[in-house]
Design a protein around this ligand. Structure first.
Ligand SMILES: Nc1ncnc2c1ncn2[C@@H]1O[C@H](COP(=O)(O)OP(=O)(O)OP(=O)(O)O)[C@@H](O)[C@H]1O
Ligand SMILES: [Mg+2]
Length: 262
């Protein structure tokens, strides 16, 4: 747990998002602190992706506020959100499998010797930075010219996370980072997340359907159901049963059993 847990790095206040007459988020407030993993949990359709898209500038909220380090911000585009220090790693990772680790790491932000986009690339320096940044959070790449398509799923996740951090993410949003991976690679990604957590200056929002992963790694939980927060707390506040129940949208196991009785 971080020492500066008193002031959230990012906070949402009463966010509402309507799509036409449908309310996808109905007053969502949450606080995310640096050095913490904040698990955002909830069933399909709960509003997790909608919330993330608002935080990452994909679309604006209908009402409500976002504050970064206490300052209210509004994003006209994903670029604005990135500039404010919000780095989102989407499930598809936005990587090009055919080009090298280093090329993917810099992607459009290459270091050049001259100020033109066609200036000579400082390839050696770029290789070094890419390798060093990935090593900080857990993977050692022997060949930075290796095509990303030849990396494991876990390594790719780490590359995308290292890239977001290097380019200034203070808030790292991870959308189901383990869902498409096998057991071993899932653990690799959890270790990466733990290393970022330990850096201490980054706030992580982790969206997952995996209760075990959430319990293993999260410091704080917010449970969404049909656009509303139905529970929240720290890992100390919540018992395993609470987590299970809240993940199922707040239903009691007995009620679910009844529902099954056809
Ligand atoms: N662009 C849109 N237009 C209309 N309705 C939308 C739009 N985006 C999301 N919704 C609706 O908002 C609700 C919340 O969707 P959202 O994708 O945020 O859920 P989620 O929690 O991410 O679910 P999942 O776990 O399946 O990814 C859903 O009922 C969805 O159909
Ligand atoms: Mg979603």
């Amino acid at each position: 747990m971080s020492a500066n847990a008193s002031k959230p790095l990012i906070e949402t206040r009463n966010l509402v998002k309507k799509f036409g007459s449908f309310t996808a988020l109905n007053g969502v407030s949450l606080k995310v602190y640096s050095g913490e993993v904040h698990a955002l949990l909830g069933d399909n359709g709960a509003g997790k992706s909608t919330l993330i898209k608002i935080l990452s500038g994909v679309f604006p909220p209908t009402s409500g506020e976002i504050a970064v380090e206490g300052e209210v911000v509004s994003f006209a585009s994903p670029r604005n959100a990135t500039e404010a220090g919000i780095g989102t790693v989407y499930q598809d990772l936005a990587l090009n499998p055919l080009t090298s680790v280093t090329r993917n790491f810099f992607l459009g932000r290459e270091l050049t010797r001259f100020k033109s986009p066609f200036g000579l690339l400082k390839m050696g320096e770029m290789h070094q930075i890419a390798m060093q940044e990935m090593k900080k959070i857990g993977i050692t790449i022997s060949d930075p010219e290796q095509a990303v398509g030849t990396m494991s799923g876990g390594q790719r996740q780490t590359l995308a996370i290292a890239r977001a951090i290097y380019f200034g993410a203070k808030v790292l949003i991870l959308d189901e980072p383990t869902s498409a991976l096998g057991q071993k690679q899932q653990m690799e990604v959890l270790k990466t997340i733990r290393r970022v957590q330990k850096l201490g200056n980054i706030a992580i929002i982790l969206i997952t359907h995996n209760e075990i992963h959430a319990r293993l790694i999260a410091d704080r939980f917010t449970f969404l159901s049909l656009g509303e927060v139905i529970g929240e707390g720290t890992s100390k506040d919540l018992e395993g049963d609470d987590i299970k129940r809240l993940m199922a949208g707040g239903a009691k196991i007995g009620d679910l059993a009844k529902e099954l009785a056809i």
